[in-house]
Design a binder for this molecule. Structure first.
Ligand code: GAP
Length: 409
C-alpha cells in the first residue's frame, strides 16, 4: 500500500474509532454517498461553520444571512439551467441529471420537486426580499449554510464526494464594472478563511478553470484545489456568475430583480461573485492538515494539530486518580465552572493520565488540565500543551481566563 493510501486509511479509521464520522445507516450495510457525523465530528462541523460566519458575516457589515427551504418551486431549477444542464455523462454515453427528484403532495395533485443541488438557488430567489427588507447598498452579499443533494454517479473518497452535502455559499452582488476588483478581494478572503480553520497553505493550489470547462453560469472560475491523500482535488470554488441568475429568474418569474441606484435612480441587474465551500471537503482538508505523527517522550504518537478555533474539544479535565473522592470532587467542581465559560470541555477519568493524554492528542484537544494532590493544598492545576507536551501550573481561580488567552493565541 502506498504511503498516501495508508494515511487516508488511518484518518478514516481514526474518524470512526473516535467518533468523528460514521458510515451512514451502517447497521443496514450503509447507503452509498452518505455519512453521519459523530459527537466530535458534529462539533468540528459547527466550529468550521462558526468560523465561516465569523469571517464572512460577523467581521464585516455587508453580508445578510438567510436560511431558505430545501424544497423549492421546480421553476427555480428550470430557470437556473439545472433541469436541462445539471448532468454527468454515463458510461453508456447518455447524460444523467444528478438532481434528486421527489414529489410533493398526494395522489393526482402530487408535483415533482427537486432537492436543491446548490444552496445558491435559495439566495437568488430571496434577493428581492432582502433588498426590500434592508435596502442594502451595493456591493452586498447574501450568505447561507445548508444541505444540498446530488445524485453523484460514483460517490467516493470518504466524505469527498457525497450525495448529501452541505454548502457554505455567498452570492455577492456588485456593480458590473467592479466585478474584477471584487473577485480579487474574495480570492484573498477564500485563502484567509482556509488559514483561519488550519488548512495547510502549502497544500492549496489555484486552478483557473478554462473556457468550456466552467459551469454554464460562469464567466470566470477559480477552483481552489487541495492535496488530499488521494490526489489534488477541488476543495472550493470562486465564480463570477455575471447577471445570469438574477436575469434568468426575473424572466421566468416575471418579477423584477433589479437594483435601483439610490443616487441616480437608475435600475440595473447586479452581477454576482460567488465563493462556494463544501463543508465535507473543508472538514476533510482540516483533518488532513491536522493529522500529525511524531515522537514525544520516546513514544510515537498520532495527534490532530487542530487550530483551537476548530478543535471539537478545547480542553479536557482529569482528576489524577479516579478512586480518590477528594480529587474527583475538586475536579468536578473545576470542570463544572469551566464548562460555563467554555462549553466544548470534556471530562476524562479513564485509565492512567498518560493514556488520557494520548487519547486527547488523538482527537486534537489543545489542553489537558489535571487536578492532583497539590490542587487540594494551593488551588493550582497543571495545564498540558498538546503540541509540546509541556505542562505549567496555574491558579484554578484564573483557569478560565488563562485558557481563553491560550486558545486565542
Ligand atoms: N453554487 C456553486 C456550486 O454549487 P460547485 O463547484 O458545484 O458550485 C461548490 O460546488 C462546492 O460544493 C465544491 O467546491 C465542493 O466543496 C462542494 N461539493 C460539490 N459537490 C460535492 C459532492 N458531491 N460532495 C461533496 N462536496 C461537494
Amino acid at each position: 500500500m502506498a504511503d498516501h493510501e495508508r494515511v487516508m486509511e488511518k484518518i478514516v479509521s481514526l474518524c470512526k474509532r473516535r467518533g468523528f464520522v460514521y458510515q451512514g445507516s451502517e447497521i443496514y450495510g450503509g447507503l452509498a454517498g452518505t455519512w453521519d457525523y459523530g459527537p466530535l465530528g458534529a462539533e468540528l462541523v459547527d466550529n468550521i461553520k462558526n468560523c465561516w460566519w465569523k469571517k464572512f458575516l460577523y467581521d464585516r457589515e455587508d453580508i445578510y444571512k438567510i436560511n431558505a427551504a430545501i424544497l423549492m418551486n421546480p421553476g427555480v431549477w428550470e430557470a437556473s439551467g439545472h433541469v436541462s444542464g445539471f448532468a454527468d455523462p454515463l458510461a453508456s454515453g447518455k447524460l444523467f441529471n444528478t438532481m434528486f427528484k421527489t414529489s410533493a403532495g398526494a395522489g393526482e395533485d402530487a408535483a415533482t420537486v427537486y432537492l436543491r443541488p446548490e444552496t445558491a438557488g435559495g439566495i437568488f430567489v430571496n434577493f428581492k426580499n432582502v433588498v426590500d427588507s434592508f435596502h442594502p447598498k451595493l456591493p452586498f452579499g447574501i450568505g447561507q449554510i445548508g444541505k444540498a443533494f446530488r445524485n453523484e454517479i460514483a460517490p467516493r473518497d470518504f466524505i469527498f464526494r457525497v450525495r448529501e452535502l452541505e454548502q457554505m455559499e455567498i452570492e455577492y452582488f456588485v456593480r458590473p464594472e467592479e466585478w474584477e476588483q471584487k473577485f480579487e478581494e474574495w480570492r484573498r478572503g477564500v485563502h484567509e478563511f482556509m488559514e483561519m480553520v488550519g488548512i495547510a497553505k502549502k497544500s492549496v493550489h489555484e486552478l483557473e478553470v478554462l473556457d468550456g470547462e466552467r459551469a454554464h453560469y460562469s464567466k470566470r472560475t477559480i477552483d481552489f484545489e487541495f492535496d488530499f491523500p488521494f490526489g489534488r482535488k477541488e476543495l472550493c470554488g470562486l465564480a463570477y456568475r455575471t447577471d445570469f441568475d438574477l436575469s434568468a429568474h426575473e424572466k421566468a418569474s416575471t418579477v423584477e430583480l433589479k437594483y435601483q441606484d439610490p443616487d441616480t435612480n437608475k435600475k440595473f441587474t447586479p452581477h454576482v461573485i460567488e465563493p462556494s465551500f463544501g463543508v465535507e471537503r473543508t472538514f476533510l482538508a482540516v483533518l488532513v492538515s491536522a493529522y500529525t505523527e511524531d515522537t514525544l517522550g520516546g513514544e510515537t504518537r498520532v495527534y490532530l494539530k487542530f487550530k483551537p478555533s476548530v478543535a471539537p474539544i478545547k480542553a479536557a479535565v482529569f482528576p489524577l486518580l479516579k478512586n480518590k473522592p477528594e480529587l474527583v470532587n475538586k475536579a468536578r467542581e473545576i470542570y463544572t465552572e469551566l464548562k460555563k465559560d467554555i462549553p466544548q470541555i470534556m471530562w476524562d477519568d479513564n485509565g492512567n493520565v498518560g493514556k488520557r493524554y494520548r487519547r486527547q492528542d488523538e482527537i486534537g484537544t489543545p489542553y489537558c488540565i489535571t487536578i492532583d494532590f497539590q490542587t487540594l493544598e494551593d488551588n493550582t492545576v497543571t495545564i498540558r500543551d498538546r503540541d509540546t507536551g509541556e505542562q505549567e501550573r496555574v491558579s484554578a481561580a484564573d483557569l478560565s481566563t488563562t485558557l481563553w488567552k491560550n486558545l486565542k493565541t
